[in-house]
Ligand binder design. Structure first.
Ligand code: LLP
Length: 403
């Protein structure tokens, strides 16, 4: 899939202004097709982890290409239903939530993965066997790009620790719970497909204990490349290993087990571009700063996870290569990239951040009372505005003036 060209991005920046997030619809479709092609012939379903990017148009597009939706709050569930997903195509994998949200999700008819003994007990008391449900387990596996995005290890808050399985079983027996799904999600940016196999092995030990099990949900976390020759999850190898693992371990109940995945980044990361414009060049003895009209209020990943985003100067792609430290305009240390080689940068140039589709706009804020950026979807070559840039009134929208 060709990427959006510099001239397309320049045209969008000129037409819609900057900073602006741009998403390439057909790239999202391509990513989904990579998954369905690799797993062809297997009993597998993919749920887009919509926490990565929830613009309603993205949700509708993801639905239109045939994927399902994984949600991490009741509001995401409602967004997915609003986008047109059937309730049985929506999954709510909760953590640390009030039972009232689970009740609401149940009333909406979506799949639910419960991640605490306390909520599982409440669920059992209220619904007994009447509503099939999933359990999120913590497999005690260390995986993921860095500690902040590792969720399956033995100090993680996520899931019911696998060693508390006896307590889970007592609750099931007590209220005759109908356990449909066992779920694990060990982290984000998992390069090594054996992590998924390890997860499956942890589950194989306990699968025979769940008589009505239909689904093994292996979560998300596929690693995407951030630069040329970067590591990425080998999806074909993953499909092969998952297929082998299940072929060697048929479900003891005799029912075929369906496998679910919940990728977020894999769907939308590479489909996204974030276009900023250089406000100020500042030469110092340490480095030359290129200060752009954005900051960690719009793209927090470099400051929060030390994530790498390729930056391109689309205004001067053939310029002489020099070194720049790309910073934002927030009144805090706000570094996107230190000492990065870029074609010569001039004030006013458009700098584009790649891999901006996942957890970019979605984690943005109005810090420093700055506006959130606009969002544009490129569909069939046509740029469509899918979110207006904030205006001043938005900053005051929910404030109650009492003085
Ligand atoms: N399923 C569950 C239960 C999750 O908690 C997550 C992500 C996913 C699926 C999707 O993971 P993905 O395929 O996107 O890696 N904000 C961080 C990533 C946090 C991921 C949180 N959970 C970042 O920008 O790197």
């Amino acid at each position: 899939m060709p990427q959006l060209s510099n001239s397309q991005l320049t045209q969008i920046a000129t037409q819609f202004g900057t900073p602006v997030y741009v998403y390439h619809a057909e790239k999202i479709r391509d990513q989904y097709q990579k998954l369905t092609t690799a797993f062809a012939g297997q009993n597998v379903q993919f749920f887009y982890a919509c926490k990565a990017l929830t613009n309603i148009n993205i949700l509708k597009y993801v639905k239109s290409i045939g994927a399902n939706a994984d949600c991490s709050s009741i509001n995401e569930v409602k967004m997915a239903l609003l986008a047109g997903f059937e309730p049985n195509k929506v999954l709510y994998t909760s953590n640390g939530i009030a039972f009232a949200e689970i009740e609401e999700a149940q009333s909406l008819g979506v799949h639910i993965n419960i991640d605490s003994l306390s909520n599982l007990e409440k669920f059992g008391q209220k619904y007994g066997h009447s509503y099939p449900v999933g359990i999120r387990l913590r497999p005690n596996i260390m995986a993921g790009g860095n500690l902040k995005i590792s969720t399956g290890h033995d100090k993680s808050k996520f899931g019911i620790p696998a060693d508390q399985i006896n307590q889970v079983l007592s609750l099931i027996e007590q209220d005759n719970l109908h356990i449909q799904t066992l779920h694990i999600h060990t982290g984000s940016e998992i390069k090594d497909v054996d992590v998924f196999v390890k997860g499956i092995e942890v589950l194989f030990d306990i699968i025979p204990l769940f008589k009505e099990l239909e689904v093994i949900d292996l979560g998300g976390g596929f690693k995407v490349p951030y630069k040329k020759n970067d590591h990425e999850t080998d999806i074909a190898l993953l499909a092969q290993k998952v297929g082998e693992a299940f072929a060697n371990h048929p479900n003891p109940s005799g029912k075929p087990l369906q496998v679910w995945f919940e990728p977020g980044k894999f769907f939308v990361s590479e489909a996204g571009y974030f276009i900023t414009q250089v406000n100020v060049l500042k030469q110092t003895e340490a480095t030359t700063f290129a200060g752009v009209n954005s900051g960690f209020n719009h793209l927090i990943r470099p400051m929060f996870y030390e994530s790498y985003h390729q930056i391109d100067n689309i205004s001067n792609p053939g310029g002489e290569e020099k070194h720049y430290t790309v910073t934002g305009n927030i009144c805090e240390t706000d570094t996107f990239a230190w000492d990065r080689q870029l074609p010569e940068v001039n004030e006013g140039d458009y700098l584009v951040f790649r891999n901006a589709g996942a957890y970019g706009f979605e984690m943005s804020s109005n810090y420093n009372s700055r506006f959130k950026p606009a969002e544009v979807l490129v569909l069939g070559g046509e740029p469509l505005l899918i979110r207006k840039r904030d205006v001043f009134e938005d900053l005051l929208k929910n404030q109650v003036e009492v003085l």
